[in-house]
Structure formats: C-alpha cells, structure tokens
Ligand binder design. Sequence first.
Ligand SMILES: Cc1cc2nc3c(=O)[nH]c(=O)nc-3n(C[C@H](O)[C@H](O)[C@H](O)COP(=O)(O)OP(=O)(O)OC[C@H]3O[C@@H](n4cnc5c(N)ncnc54)[C@H](O)[C@@H]3O)c2cc1C
Length: 420
Amino acid sequence: MTEPASEAKIVKTQILVAGAGSTGIAAAMAFARAGHKVALVGRFPPSLPGRTVALFEASTRFLDALGVLQRVKEKAAPIAAIRMVDDTTQLLPTPDLVLQAREIGLPALGVNISNDELVEILIAAARERADFEIIEADIANFAFDGDSAVALLADGRRVEADFVVAADGRASRARAVAGIDTQEWTYPQVALTALLTHERPHDGVSVEFHTRSGPFTLVPLQGREGAPNRSSLVWLMSVADASRRLAKPGKELQFELEDRSHGRYGAMAIEGGIGQFRMGGMRVSAYAKDRVALVGETCHVFPPIGAQGLNLSLRDVADLEECLASVDFANRRELGHALARYDRHRRADIGFRTLGVDLLNRSLIIPYLPVDLLRGAGFVAVSAFAPLRRALIREGVAPHLLLPRLMQEKTSRPRARRAG
Ligand SMILES: Cc1cc2nc3c(=O)[nH]c(=O)nc-3n(C[C@H](O)[C@H](O)[C@H](O)COP(=O)(O)OP(=O)(O)OC[C@H]3O[C@@H](n4cnc5c(N)ncnc54)[C@H](O)[C@@H]3O)c2cc1C
C-alpha cells in the first residue's frame, strides 16, 4: 500500500461516491439532497459521440427530484410511443406491437437526449449546488476494513468515509476490493450508434426493427435549425458486418439505413461520428457488502435493448437512497439490515431485466423455429390484450412494485411500504 497521507491530504466524509459517470453524479446529488455529507470522486466521462440515452417516466421523476428535469427537457425529445417491428422474415407474419404512453395516461413514455448533453447538465447542476465535494481524481485503490472505508487517490490524497457508493463502471475497482464476484459473457454483436437527420417526421415514435442480427432502433431526437427531423440510431449486428459497414463510404451506409427502415423516414444523413460498442453481459454475486453498495454498470451490463441500462442505474441509486435513509452508519447491524434489503430489491429488478434482454436478444440471433413461434405468440398476445399491454408498458417505464420514493408520482398519496 502507498505511504500514509499527511493530514492536509486526508478528506473525511460520510458517503464517498466512487466514479463520476451519469450514475455517480446522480448518486452524489441524491445523497447530498437527503442531508448526507458526500464526496464525489472520479473523472467526468469522455464524450460519446453519436450516443443518446432514452430515460423513461420513473427516471424523469427522479431527475425532477434532483432539480434537473427542466434542463433535460429543453434538450430532449419526448417519446410518445414505441413500435416494435418483427423484421426477422420468420415463417409466420407477426403484427407490429405498439406501446403508447396515452394507454397508461401519460403524455410521454420518457425523453431521449444525447449522452453528452445529459452529462453536461448533470455536471453543471452538481457544480452549482455545491452541497457536496467534487474531487476530480482517479482512485488508485480502496481499503475496506474495520469501521470505515478508505479510497487512496492517484494524486496521493486519501478519502475516509463511513460508506462507499461504487459507481466506477463495469471494471469497478471498488467491487473487486470488496470481494464481490462477477460473471461475464459476450454476445457476437457490436452496436453502431449515430445521430441522424431525415426527411420525414418521427412523430415522437421510437421504432425497433427486430432483425436476425439484433434490433435496429431509431429513437426520436429534438430537431435543430435546418434539421427539424432527427433521430438517434442504435444498430446491433455481427462483428464482421460492423467492420464492413464502417469501411463503407458514408453515402452507401445512408442508403442502407433508408432500406433498413423501409423508407419510413425518407432520405437520411449521418450527423457526425459513428460510435461502436462491443456487446456483453455481466451479473454480480452481491449488490452490497460491508460498507460498499454497487450502482449502475458496476452491477449490471446488458445490450441496449428496450433502453433499460441507465434507467436501471438511476433506480439503483433511488433504491439505495431509500434503504439508507436514517441508517446510523456506526451501527453495523442496522447498516447490515439496510444493505440486505437493497440486495434483495436489486436482485429482483436487475435479474429480471438482465434475463429479459438476454432472452429477447438470443431469440432474434438464433434462427430456431420454436423460438420464433414463441416470440411471435408473445407479440400477438400483447397486441391483442390491452391489460397485458398496459402492464408491459408500466413495467418498462415505471415498474410499480420496485419504485423507490424519489421515483414515485409527486401528486400520489403516500404509498404502502414496498414489498420485501
Ligand atoms: C449503445 C448504447 C446505448 C444505450 N442506450 C441507453 C438508453 O437509451 N437508455 C438507458 O437507460 N441506457 C442506455 N445505455 C446504457 C447506459 O449508457 C449505461 O448504463 C450508462 O452509461 C452507465 O453509466 P455509469 O455511470 O453506470 O457507468 P460509466 O459511464 O462507465 O461511468 C463510470 C465512471 O467511473 C469512472 N471510473 C472508473 N474507474 C475509476 C477509478 N478507479 N477512479 C475514478 N473514477 C473511475 C469512469 O471514468 C466513469 O466516468 C446504452 C448503452 C449503450 C452501449
């Protein structure tokens, strides 16, 4: 271990949030809002050109509680509906499945915003609030023993805390030092992402074309001067196809995008850089241990199908904030109970999403007739039965059984305690 830090180099805090990505910044804001002494430690994330994030109803309520929703809405496009199109050319024709916000009494299912703009808004809000300390430095190591948790920073400083919220991403050092195991796997897919302008309007509808290589998804984006119709693209395909397409002249790729979307959007143009992300999955053996709790990509990774990743991460944060409310960190038993509750909640919510995304993805890329029939039957059932469809929409945008207080409707009467 490194030599002891001098007093001037020691920062003492109650909650140390490790990692300053979207999840970490949101976590620091939520815990500071709840009255904890917080230090957010990490470097802000680099720009992710061509990538957007769709945030659904429960997440927008959470952003509202953090005081940033208005700013997000100013840069985002509302998503009024999601249309899923079976484009696998499977044997039996499957109807399009349309999930509309108005079916559950909402004006929109959520909003879509560029990743960079979201991060910019969160950083600006965090700096303005000044109710927690921001330490822009890398964490070289952690020590979790005894009654406190220690982070040793790369610049020689030392942060001592009662508790660590680990938001340091999929290769989390905090998770490793806490001794939490991971199970990781890869999919034979790459996601290409881009921002697009197109001729015809998207009408607020996000369209997922389910193809044999994975979903080809277009999500509404806010228009700009001279480009009123814009969408973001998330396109899953094999590794070889991704290399081939990235090597194509831009014009040819744009023609292919028009064909893939069956001409619905008219002529298309790619706005800037194209992002590429190798698809993988990860689950963890525990969501909390001793003085550490995991949030965001430290504890769940899966392909971007149904736009669940950051929505789930914000739910982790809101859930943890509620579980730790009024917990005395010095009381090991009390803390242990709170973390056991957090672990139980996250296991159910994250396990369900990881499995759902995995099954849908594999059912597309493995051309196996019985699986096609099952998927098709699911589409037909949900299309035909309104109560089933409404349940599915609610589960996607604001899953009511697992909704922490920061994500509940402002106007609703206080709810009964959550299950578990
Ligand atoms: C193509 C694609 C599309 C997606 N679309 C959506 C969508 O529409 N909706 C949605 O909800 N989700 C979506 N997601 C998922 C979402 O983008 C991720 O879940 C989210 O970005 C994860 O954020 P995070 O803060 O948990 O992790 P990260 O962004 O990885 O942040 C981790 C942070 O920790 C820092 N860090 C790591 N180690 C250290 C250290 N030792 N010291 C200090 N700092 C450290 C890193 O620098 C980084 O800033 C998508 C993902 C992909 C790949």
